[in-house]
Structures are given as C-alpha cells and as structure tokens.
Design a binder for this molecule. Structure first.
Ligand code: AMP
Length: 210
C-alpha cells in the first residue's frame, strides 16, 4: 500500500501515520522528521532548510525531491509506505509521478483552521526520535518525557501562534491544490477530523476499505 496523508499542519498526520504504519506494517516517511534530523546534525541539507523551517515557509522543491527520491529507494519501502508531509506542492507531486511512483490512495484529513490554532499550542515533540504528543489529547505516560526513547519533549519553534498562522496560509496556497490534483486521478479520500485520535484512525481505515 502506497499512501499519502494530506492535511494542514497540525491536522494530526504524524499521529495518524504512526498508528497506520503499525496497522498496515509499512514505514512512515516524514520529510519534516528527516529535515529536523538534518538540522540537528548540521548537514548541508539541514543548513539549507533551517531558515525556511523556522519561518514556517516551505523548503525549496528541489531539496525535498532529492530527499524523498533517495528515501523511497531504500529497501524498507518495497512493501509500501505512508508519506506524511510530502508532497506539499504540485511540483513535488509531479516530480513523484515523473519518477514513476504510483499511489494507491491519498487521504486528506479535514479540519478547520480554528481547531488547529487551538491544538498547536499543546503539541510537544521528541527532539531525538520525532514522536509527537499533545498535552491533552495524546499525553506521554510521564509528563514531558518521550514514551519511546526517554528524551525530554520540546515545543517546536514553528508551533508558535504567528508561525502557525503563516504555515496555514502556505498550506491553503501551496498544498491544498493537491486535493484537486489527486481527485482528478481518482485517488482522493477526504476524512473529517474526529473528536478523538482513535475515531479519526477508524475513519481513515474505513475510507481505505480496511
Ligand atoms: P512538518 O513536520 O511536516 O510540519 O514539516 C516542518 C517543516 O519542514 C515545514 O514547515 C517545512 O518548512 C519543511 N517541510 C517538510 N516537508 C516539506 C515538504 N514536503 N516541502 C517543503 N517543505 C517541507
């Protein structure tokens, strides 16, 4: 199964991808996590990406296309994968098509900007393994500590309210047109955000016919 998760920043793509990858037994590929690791390690890609990320802007397409084609060539992607946060522009989607990557489904998680603004203030992430939490909706077992690797959780710089606003603007302008792009190809499944993480997972699996 080759799946794309679409949705605004804070729609819950990362959380849902983690659940779905266990359910479907395929890896999740998050360009956001790959880029954050690159920034942390000070690689040339990380140095290029950091200013865009801190400002809530998109990293240039050619950087992303390089990252994603390299990652999809790894052996764990043979059975399929879930893409979280990529493609984010029509140019990225066209580059994947040109590279011969064909998807089975594209799930768009639908959620209002207001709900996202409320939600983002409670998001916490693990700087070491990339796991995502929410102080109310998905709290770690021990406050402020990652369940998976024990690192201290942090709030992402780009989750500050002003940055979230500009990330939402970027989403509506650059990423939302992908819904029409994939609808034209008969792949789009829109799923409404539900009151709980579990209910949203169920709705996604239902849309996928599982
Ligand atoms: P995310 O964790 O998916 O919200 O990504 C965090 C940030 O990384 C974004 O705000 C962008 O600056 C950058 N980024 C991640 N994925 C992409 C992508 N596919 N295209 C452009 N920029 C990206």
């Amino acid at each position: 199964m080759k799946l794309i998760l679409l949705g605004a920043p804070g729609a819950g793509k990362g959380t849902q991808a983690e659940i779905l990858c266990k359910e479907l037994d395929i890896p999740t590929i998050s360009t956001g996590n790959i880029l954050r690791a690159a920034v942390k390690n000070g690689t040339p890609t990380g140095l290029k990406a950091k200013a865009f990320m801190d400002a809530g802007q998109l990293v240039p397409d050619e950087v992303i296309i390089g990252i994603i084609t390299e990652r999809l060539a790894e052996s764990d992607c043979e059975k399929g994968y879930i893409l979280d946060g990529v493609p984010r522009t029509i140019a990225q989607a066209e580059a994947l098509e040109k590279a011969g990557v064909a998807f089975d489904s594209v799930v768009s998680i639908e959620i209002s900007d207001e709900t996202i603004m409320e939600r983002m203030s409670g998001r916490r992430v693990c700087p070491d393994c990339g796991a995502s939490y929410h102080v109310v909706a998905v709290p770690p077992v021990k406050e402020g500590v990652c369940d998976k690797c024990g690192a201290a959780l942090i709030q992402r710089k780009d989750d500050a309210p002003e940055t979230v606003k500009s990330r939402l603007q970027v989403y509506h302008k650059e990423t939302e047109p992908l819904k029409a792009f994939y609808a034209q190809r008969g792949l789009l499944k829109s799923v409404e955000n539900q009151p709980t993480v579990e209910e949203t997972s169920k709705a996604i699996l239902y849309a996928l016919g599982r």
